[in-house]
Each structure stands twice: as C-alpha cells, then as structure tokens.
Design a protein around this ligand. Structure first.
Ligand SMILES: [Zn+2]
Length: 418
C-alpha cells in the first residue's frame, strides 16, 4: 500500500479518529493531573529541603569556633583581637591567651570575609570580653607567689625599648625562667602605649610565664591611664612622695580602681631614696618602712610591698648599700604570705649573687633590675656606633642584655622555675 492511500484511509475512518482523539484528550488530562500532583509534591519537597538547609546553616553558625571563643571571652577575629589588644588585655580572659590561640585567630579571620557585615556589627561578637575581678588568675601574681613559695626571686626588667622586651623574653625562654617586663610611665607618655602593647604581645607569645608591670606610677592620673590602657598585669601605685596619710588614702582608692580591672598592685610604704632614669624622687628624703606601716598597707589590699630598708635608687655611696636586714626580716614576718616583698635599687654595681641571695632569704620575691640590663645595651652603642650598621648594633645590644639577664636568673634562682 502506498503512503497516500494510507493517509486517505485514516482520514476517512471517523469513529477510529474520534476514539483516538478521545484517548489523546484523556491522556493529556491524565498527564496534566500527574504533572499537577507532581508539582504539589515538588513544592513540598523543595519547602522541606529549604527548611532543613536553613536549620543546619543556623546550627553551624551558632557553633562556629570563633563564636564559642567569643562567648567565653576571647576576641572573635584578628580585628577584634587588635581592638582588645588596644585595651590591653584588661580582663583576665584575654590575659591568658596562648600562642596557639593567636594562630587560631588568624584562621578564624575568614569569618570576616564570609560574613563581613555580621562579624563587624553583631554586638555579641564585637563586645569586649567581660572584665574579671578574679585576681587569682592574674599572671603577675602567680609568678611572684610561686617565687615566694619556692625561695627564689623573679627578675623584673625595667625596659625602655623593644630590644629590652625581646631580650627579657629570650632570656626567660633560654633559662626556662619566669620574668616580669616592667615599664615606667615614661613608656606610656613617650610612645602612647605602643611599648606597653608590644610588651603584652611578647608576654602572650612567650613559652614561659611572663607578666607586664608598671613601675612607679606616681600620680593618680597615670595609674588610671595605665589601668584603662590595658596590657598591664600589675601597677605599682607609688604615692610615696605624698605624706603618709595621703599616700594611704590615694593608694586605697587606686588599688580598688586597678583590682576592678583585673590588675594587681604594688605599693611603697615609707620612701625609697634616690632617683633612676624614668622616675625621680631625688629631692625627697627617704623614709624607712616600719612593720606597722607595712601592716597598714596590707589592709589596703595590695599584693606586693616595696620596703625601704636602706636600699636606694641610683648610685650608692663608696661604702655600698647599708641594708637593714633586721628591718626587712621584721617586715616579712609581719606581712607573712599576704603580700610579697619587692627589692628596688638593685643597682648593677653592688647587687650580685651574694647580696641578692641575702635579700631573697629575707623574703624578697621580685627584684627590679634597671642598669643591670640597660647599661649593656648602651655599652654596645658606645663601642660600635658609627662603625657598624644599625641592625648590627640593635642585635648585638639585644644579645648583650639577654646575656646579662640570664646571669641574674642564675643568681636569683629563677632558672629552671618556669
Ligand atoms: Zn623603684
């Protein structure tokens, strides 16, 4: 049969055509129904899937590691870390951040780019960590309390530059010794807090216990400024140039101010004679500390006490230090373990192993060292300035300071105590 006759047969077979048309029509309506049912099912599946995905995303967001860290007091990103670093770790939560956390903060910084608006505006992320008044977690107090209990003293290095900070931490790590980085108010006024922040970061990154302490803060204004700046674990509230009653009243007020910010305090009943670079009370006559005065200061809630028992800032006379060991012992006996004693005036010229061991035996647990470290830096500059590149001067100066500190760690018995 030809193609033409077939088409003709179909077109002329009307009942069959109607049946086919009816079947097709019925088939379309079935298809439509199926499609319609399928669309309803798809809508349900899509809606459910969207809900589940949203739920999982929300859970993942809530459980992000940086959010968890933020909730327990850590900064949530490198940017936030920088902000709290500017506030200088004024809470104990950020005082004990380990080097591994600093690494983690860099990794977690991705959140800034993944969630740029949220991570920079959400209050729970941006809010600084809650301040802690729990001074038992203060690293300065831990370092010195361990020294007092162990019968040795911690070197407290008076730093004027980054090189001294580096030398202190390197010496501590080399000798496995704790150390305290000390800065005078000069460091705050000269560098607008940058040296303090450098010291705090060095302390955070160190593999051994390191604390940052302000030495001789001599006005209420500088005490408050240092406490608000953050970064200091301790501040010496030195109102010793006021008369005793005013010294007492101001110290009480400022101790409270510091403690509220998680910072421990050192104070000076009596008056240590002389002056040193960065602090000058040389126009005032020294007043030796009595056990009664020491007791009064303990009642103010101070943590460390700097007694005047014949020690002086700066140079001693030709006879050397005329120290009253009986006075020191009676002060130690009076205060017991409630506060720990600090030696000021441990000048390079006289305070070597023998003398240091004597005062440590009388209860001194922290020795401030100034020229004992810094003179070595100056010696390198004197010897090589103009003949060696600046980088070589800096590195050699740092190495010379490190070597000097290491010797004091051996003399004071802090070596191996980290
Ligand atoms: Zn001093």
């Amino acid at each position: 049969m030809s193609q033409g006759s077939s088409q003709q047969a179909c077109s002329t077979n009307t009942p069959i055509k109607l049946i086919i048309e009816a079947m097709v029509a019925d088939g379309w309506s079935q298809t439509e129904r199926q499609l319609s049912q399928g669309w309803d099912e798809n809508i349900w599946v899509i809606t459910s899937a969207t809900f589940v995905i949203a739920l999982i995303a929300t859970l993942l967001w809530q459980c992000r590691p940086d959010r968890i860290l933020s909730s327990v007091g850590y900064p949530s990103s490198r940017n936030d870390w920088g902000a709290s670093s500017s506030n200088l770790l004024k809470d104990s939560g950020t005082q004990h951040i380990s080097p591994s956390y600093l690494d983690a903060s860099i990794q977690l910084d991705l959140s800034r780019y993944l969630f740029p608006t949220y991570s920079h505006s959400h209050p729970s992320i941006m809010a600084p960590a809650a301040k802690s008044k729990d001074l038992s977690q203060n690293r300065a107090i831990k370092i010195v309390s361990a020294a007092a209990a162990g019968g040795y003293a911690v070197p407290a290095m008076c730093c004027y530059n980054v090189e001294a900070i580096i030398a202190s931490v390197r010496a501590a790590e080399a000798k496995q010794s704790p150390v305290i980085i000390q800065l005078f108010p000069w460091a705050v006024t000269y560098a607008d807090g940058l040296l303090v922040h450098a010291a705090a970061e060095a302390a955070d990154k160190a593999s051994v216990p390191v604390a940052v302490h302000m030495d001789h803060a001599q006005t209420p204004e500088i005490v408050r400024r240092a406490a608000d700046l953050g970064g200091f674990d301790g501040i010496m509230v030195d109102m010793s140039h006021y008369e005793m009653e005013e010294n007492f009243a101001l110290t009480r007020e400022l101790v409270e101010y510091c403690n509220e910010r998680g910072i421990i305090t050192e104070a000076e009943p009596g008056r240590i004679d002389g002056g040193e670079d960065g602090v000058d009370v040389s126009e005032l006559q020294g007043l030796l500390t009595t056990p009664e005065q020491a007791e009064d200061f303990v009642s103010l809630g101070i943590n460390w006490l700097a007694p005047a028992f014949g020690n002086v800032h700066g140079k001693y006379g030709p006879q050397g230090p005329q120290l009253e060991y009986d006075r020191l012992e009676s002060i130690q006996k009076q205060v017991g373990d409630r506060v720990h004693l600090v030696l000021h005036g441990a000048g390079r010229e006289w305070f070597k192993e023998d003398l240091l061991k004597k005062v440590i035996k009388c209860g001194v647990a922290k020795c401030n060292l100034n020229d004992a470290m810094n003179d070595h830096f100056v010696d390198v500059l004197k010897a090589k300035a103009g003949t060696a590149p600046l980088t070589a001067l800096i590195e050699e100066g740092t190495n010379a300071m490190q070597k000097a500190i290491e010797q004091y760690m051996d003399w004071m018995g802090s070596t191996g105590k980290a």
